[in-house]
Design a protein around this ligand. Structure first.
Ligand SMILES: [Zn+2]
Length: 57
């Protein structure tokens, strides 16, 4: 499977959305105390998009 520029752009865009969410959302997002379902949803979308690019980070 080869990553396309579109895949990479999508992953970067989703990560930007996630970071913007972290900047504005007062809830916890890391560890066992995480309580933000929207943040978890965004992060899993970032991971899925990155997997599609074949990158680890
Ligand atoms: Zn959040």
């Amino acid at each position: 499977m080869t990553a396309t520029d579109q895949d990479v752009t999508r992953a970067e865009t989703l990560y930007g959305v996630y970071r913007a969410h972290l900047d504005t959302c007062p809830r916890r997002h890391i560890g066992i105390l995480a309580d933000c379902t929207e943040g978890a949803r965004l992060l899993s979308a970032v991971h899925a998009a990155r997997l599609a690019t074949g990158r680890r980070q």
